[in-house]
Write a protein that binds this ligand. Structure first.
Ligand code: SF4
Length: 479
């Protein structure tokens, strides 16, 4: 639709400076500056987005820059529609699990940076991980995202692999962690192979910022200083056999428009080269933490910009899961759920050992301040009252629907035939095993309503039979 810039931009390259081309980003910024009041062009892009096949980074950036109220309302309505069509009303739940906050890097926005000498440093033993996982299972969690600082001595890959093994091995009462996503530092193809063999779910790595100059200043010391090595991590993960990868930017570090364009370019790169885009996109915003004051970062984005960002990512990359954490408060989470978010964390602790042993203030090892302090049960009840269907499903992963296979199921909007019934069955497990009386009663009513939304009669009968078996104590049904 638009003249291609003459620059190094090459989505099929494996070199960071070519698939995240600074020239192409600057060119796109010029393009949106010239066209941001070109309402007919914006309308044309909205019409293209209505086909629900996504947008490229230039088109998406122009929608994000649009200031016209009527067109913005159209963009928000379209985001809601696309979310509904691809994901229905399901919201997947997960919890972060911090294994260790030892870190050799110098990231200026993170309290785990090596120069912070007063934050308590902790690394869980396998025994402590067991206790932590039992506490998480007792809340009802089935899906975790493990986190650890980068430290080859304290947190080598062997420690991460052993911890994953421990997490999967724990079967406490009816509990089980069925999917372990991993958020650790960029590493080698060899190590990604090992993570793949350890049966991780998604490999998540936030870029923090795509702007190379800013990146190098924000990561002054440690291995993370290497922009290309960090930016090319997903390529190495793919080469190591991990086909579900999760992208993200820490919004607030740099100009959000620059980050947004680059984030979409990264998604385009993965799709162009590996035929599979990001499994998830996370949208964290910088938050207060031990020695970190968010006011010292001048690029913070307000709630309205944040909502628009979520909506435009949703219509630009319709198939991707979108994640919002407890960095955001309940009201903001409610707003962005409608606009595109499909996964949220609940009952989260961002400190090492925070689930089995709640921190006293002096020992606080949190990575950031949580703005939604509700329990998982409260979050589940709240979601259901908002007419969402909470899901603890991990079936795609267990059934090999990952990478390209998952994407084609998702792009064909087939996800409803698997995910919706699976959400109902995993919610039922949660209600029986972990829910408070009030949540149970809201949930049972919701399940009856959702059963009526299963159009395929055979599938509906199967789900009803499985629900009975779940009542009789069986667990782990999935399609
Ligand atoms: S962001 Fe990660 S790498 Fe950087 S200091 Fe924090 S834990 Fe270490």
């Amino acid at each position: 639709m638009y003249k291609k810039a003459i620059n190094m931009y090459n989505p099929k390259s494996t070199k960071a400076e070519e698939f995240i081309s600074n020239e192409e980003i600057l060119d796109t910024l010029k393009f949106i500056n010239t066209n941001k009041n070109n309402l007919s062009l914006i309308q044309e892009i909205i019409e293209k987005a209505k086909l629900k096949n996504g947008l490229n980074h230039r088109e998406a950036a122009l929608l994000l820059a649009c200031n016209d109220n009527n067109l913005n309302n159209e963009i928000f309505e379209l985001a809601k529609k696309i979310k509904e069509e691809y994901y229905g009303n399901r919201i997947v739940l997960f919890a972060p699990l911090y294994l260790s906050n030892y870190c050799v890097n110098g990231c200026v926005y993170c309290p785990y940076h090596a120069k912070n000498k007063h934050i308590p440093r902790k690394k869980m033993t396998q025994e402590e991980i067991k206790k932590e996982v039992i506490a998480l299972q007792d809340m009802g969690h089935k899906r975790l995202a493990i986190e650890a600082g980068e430290d080859p001595v304290n947190n080598p890959i062997e420690y991460i692999l052993e911890s994953i093994n421990t997490i999967y091995s724990i079967k406490h009462k009816n509990g089980a962690i069925r999917r372990v996503n991993v958020n650790i530092a960029a590493t080698t193809v060899e190590n990604y192979k090992k993570l793949h063999e350890a049966k991780i779910g998604t490999y998540i790595l936030f870029q923090e910022t795509y702007n190379k100059d800013a990146y190098e200043k924000l990561h002054p010391t440690g291995p993370k200083h290497n922009y290309a090595y960090h930016t090319e991590a997903m390529d190495r993960a793919m080469q190591g056999g991990i086909d579900d990868v999760g992208l993200g930017v820490l919004f607030g570090l740099e100009n959000y428009m620059y980050e947004f364009i680059a984030l979409l370019m990264h998604a385009e790169h993965l799709e162009a080269l590996y035929g599979v885009g990001p499994h998830t996109i996370s949208v964290p915003r910088i938050r207060k933490a031990d020695d970190i004051d968010p006011a010292s970062f001048s690029n913070a984005i307000d709630d309205n910009t944040f909502k628009k960002l979520v909506a435009v990512i949703r219509i630009s990359v319709p198939y991707t899961g979108m994640i919002v954490s407890t960095r955001e408060n309940a009201q903001c989470r409610k707003d962005v759920l409608a606009l595109g978010i499909s996964q949220i964390s609940g009952g989260s602790k961002t400190s090492v050992g925070g689930y089995y042993k709640p921190e006293n203030k002096d020992e606080d090892s949190s990575q950031f301040e949580v703005n939604d302090n509700r329990t998982l049960d409260e979050v589940i009840n709240w979601l259901m009252e908002l007419n969402y269907l909470p899901s603890f499903c991990t079936a795609c992963y267990g059934s090999g629907r990952t990478g390209e296979r998952f994407m084609s199921v998702c792009k064909d909007k087939q996800i409803h035939n698997f995910c919706h019934p699976n959400a109902i069955m995993t919610l039922k497990e949660y209600l029986i095993d972990y829910a408070s009386e009030i949540t149970k009663s809201t949930g049972e009513k919701l399940i009856l309503k959702e059963l009526d939304n299963i159009k395929d009669k055979t599938r509906k009968t199967e789900v009803e039979q499985n629900l009975k078996l779940i009542e009789n104590g069986e667990r782990g049904f999935k399609f």
